[in-house]
Structure formats: structure tokens, C-alpha cells
Design a protein around this ligand. Structure first.
Ligand SMILES: [Mg+2]
Length: 395
């Protein structure tokens, strides 16, 4: 079935936010036409310095009443360059959310699931898997909740990972280096990294030798301390070394770390566009790039990144996904479409009602997400969940 030739004429934009825990809310946009067709995207601002909704509203104004045939129309109708998007994360988030909503609406109009839309759009042969393997990231479950701080002792990390391992995940991730932040007073391995290493050791004891433990450093180190930390992580049985320094801001430092490291180096969760991710791989900065559907340009761009880079470097793309169920669903469509070699990130145990945010419910079992049968994303933010736990508005 041809997947081009359809168009979408948006004339309505609404936003919704669902209170998750502490300061976190999952924020979504819905772009609709006069026939009741709606596409959605997530614009949760957990890693942004301000609210993205006003930026989305400004960009969506240029789409209003136009025949949209392709998600990149969001860029062309707003005269946006890739350079602008690489330089401005809020803008990249707004564009990514809109591109997701447009791709959702177009694949719904074409009556195909987004995973098939992505492959057919780019003549990708064969049928994609409907189940996507996930890895469990406990990070968001260990952040403050509505009652305040959560216990971040090594035992508490281990307990949370035990829950994930019992649920069937075979790869875990944590971000344990709360106390560390470069620059450090002493040279070599910073003393401030020791508590993080204790959390890792306690967690790895639960994860065991046959399952993987990935470690995210949230760019808390510098060149020297990152080099000193790498053998310690290896000794503790860690499976990858994520962002000891920011790969987009300090690619030369990260290249040097990667050259000397034995562990695979992962990162670039804030990057926009296939060009940037290709350069990071071509320049030997990273072993694994982590495009986030909320920043990288949305599911179509994520699919293109995965398809292109996996063909050149097998096992080089693992989507970053610390957000709500709509982002995970869009990421799962893209990941299934390019045929992932590494599991997709899933922020586990942030709230126990998470699955109820989508209609139909998010379906995760035994460490796998099952894509719903419907068209487009196949799931949408349930207005009942918004009424119960949040608010909706127009800009
Ligand atoms: Mg990360």
C-alpha cells in the first residue's frame, strides 16, 4: 500500500499535562483537523529550561490550514534550519513533538501502524517485529516523589533493580554518581565517585553476571576523572559507560576517553538530526548513540538515524527514553522499524498508574513492549487520565 499522497490540514492545537511526581509532569500536544483526525506528540520538559508549549503554538500557527504531507513540513513552513535546531534544545523539542504528531496523524489517515508507515515511506523490505525489548532504567523511580526525598542508598538501588529483574528485564541502568561533579580537588579517581561505585556494586550483585548493568554518568566528570573511573566500572562488571562528559559539547574529550576505554561509550541524548549523530559515529566519539524521540526530530528522524547507522555500525543505536508512555510508544515504533540490536530504554517504577495514561493501556510484559494494533501510534493520551491527574489548555 502506498503511504504517500495523503495530507493532513491541521486547524486545532491543544495541550495536556499529567502530574507524575514531585515537579515532573508529562506534557503532550494534540494537533487536529476539522474531520476529527488527531496526531499527538510528547513535549515533557524534564531536561529543558522552560515550557515548550508556547514554542509549539508559534510553530503550529504556520501549519494551520495548510496541506501537510510530510513531517518535515514543520521545518519548511517555519523556515527552520537544522543548524538552528542543533543549537536550541527548546526549539528541537517543539519541532520533535510536532513532527511526531504529524507522523501520527498521517499514518492514521493512511490507516497503517506507524511502524509500517516508517518502513514503507523509505522502502524498507519485510515486516517489523511487534514486540520491542526494553531495558529498565530505575533513575526516575529514585528521584524525589510527592512525599520528598527517596532513599538513595546502595541497598535501595539494589532493591529497585531486584524488582526490575523479577519483572523480566535482562538489562538494567542506573545513574549513581550524585556526589560527583567536576572539577574535583584531587587528581585521579575522585573520592566523590566512591558512593556511586558502591551503588553500582550493590546493584550488580542483584543483576548478576548473565544480565547487563549500564551506567549513566550525566556528564558529571571531566577528562581526567573519566579516564580514572573507567577501569573501576569495568572491574565492577558494568556494560556501558554513558556520558562521563557531554559528547556534543566536548567531543574531543570523549573521543580520547573512548580511545583509552575498553567499555563501550554511549550518549548524545540531546542531539537533533541524523547529521549530528552520523558525525559523532564517523568521528569516533561514541560507540552507541542515543537519539531521544523528544529532541532528535521525532519518530521519522529516529527511524532514519537507526536505519542508517545500524547498517554501518551494528549495535550502535539505542533510543533514549526517560519520559512518559507516549514517548515510549513513539520510540518503540521507530525502534521496531529500524530493527534494533540493543534494547530500548524504559523509565520503570516512576508511578504505578503509568500504563493507564494511554488508551489502550501501555502493554509491557516480561521486559517487552507490545505495539498496539491500531493505526498511527495506536495509542493516545486518555482524556480520562488528563481529567483525573492533570489539565488541558490551548495557547
Ligand atoms: Mg543519559
Amino acid at each position: 500500500m502506498p503511504v504517500s499522497g495523503e495530507w493532513f490540514v491541521p486547524n486545532e492545537l491543544t495541550f495536556s499535562a499529567i502530574h507524575v511526581r514531585a515537579k515532573t509532569e508529562w506534557v503532550h500536544l494534540s494537533l487536529g483537523d476539522s474531520g476529527g483526525n488527531v496526531g499527538q506528540g510528547e513535549i515533557t520538559a524534564t531536561q529543558l529550561d522552560r515550557d515548550v508549549a508556547p514554542v509549539v503554538a508559534r510553530l503550529a500557527n504556520r501549519l494551520r490550514g495548510r496541506r501537510i504531507t510530510d513531517d518535515t513540513d514543520v521545518l519548511t513552513l517555519n523556515n527552520l534550519s537544522v543548524e538552528q535546531l542543533e543549537a536550541d534544545r527548546n526549539l528541537a523539542a517543539a519541532v520533535s513533538g510536532l513532527r511526531c504528531a504529524v507522523a501520527d496523524a498521517l499514518s492514521r489517515l493512511l490507516q497503517v501502524p506507524m511502524v509500517d508507515y516508517l518502513r514503507e515511506l523509505y522502502d524498507h523490505p519485510g515486516r517489523a517485529e511487534r514486540k520491542v525489548q526494553l531495558y529498565s532504567n530505575i533513575n526516575r523511580s529514585m528521584l524525589p516523589d510527592d512525599n520528598g526525598l527517596v532513599d538513595r542508598s546502595p541497598d535501595s538501588f539494589a532493591e529497585m533493580d531486584q524488582r526490575a529483574m523479577e519483572a523480566g528485564f535482562t538489562t538494567a541502568k542506573c545513574a549513581p554518581f550524585d556526589e560527583a561533579r567536576a572539577p574535583f580537588k584531587s587528581s585521579g579517581l575522585p573520592r566523590e565517585a566512591e558512593m556511586g561505585l558502591n551503588r553500582i556494586r550493590a546493584t550488580k550483585a542483584i543483576v548478576g553476571p548473565d544480565r547487563k548493568l549500564l551506567v549513566d554518568c550525566h556528564s558529571r566528570f571531566d577528562l581526567e576523572s573519566a579516564l580514572a573511573l573507567e577501569p573501576e566500572l569495568r572491574e565492577a562488571g558494568v556494560g556501558w559507560y554513558e556520558e562521563p562528559v557531554d559528547p556534543i559539547k566536548f567531543p574531543d574529550d570523549l573521543r580520547e576517553i573512548r580511545n583509552k576505554a575498553e567499555l563501550p561509550i554511549a550518549g548524545a541524548e540531546h542531539g537533533y538530526g541524523i547529521g549530528l549523530f552520523t558525525v559523532l559515529m564517523d568521528d569516533d566519539v561514541l560507540d552507541v548513540v542515543m537519539p531521544d524521540v523528544k529532541f532528535c526530530g521525532g519518530p521519522v528522524e529516529a527511524y532514519l538515524i537507526g536505519r542508517e547507522l545500524e547498517a554501518r555500525w551494528e549495535g550502535s543505536v539505542s533510543m533514549h527514553c526517560p519520559s512518559g508512555p507516549l514517548s515510549l510508544l513513539a520510540s518503540a515504533h521507530a525502534t521496531a522499524a529500524f530493527g534494533n540490536k540493543i534494547p530500548l530504554e524504559h523509565a520503570v517504577y516512576e508511578v504505578d498508574w503509568r500504563h493507564e495514561v494511554l488508551e489502550p493501556f501501555e502493554q509491557i510484559e516480561g521486559g517487552f513492549l507490545t505495539l498496539p494494533d491500531g493505526h498511527g501510534l495506536g495509542g493516545r493520551v486518555d482524556p480520562v487520565a488528563v481529567a483525573m491527574r492533570g489539565r488541558s489548555w490551548t495557547e
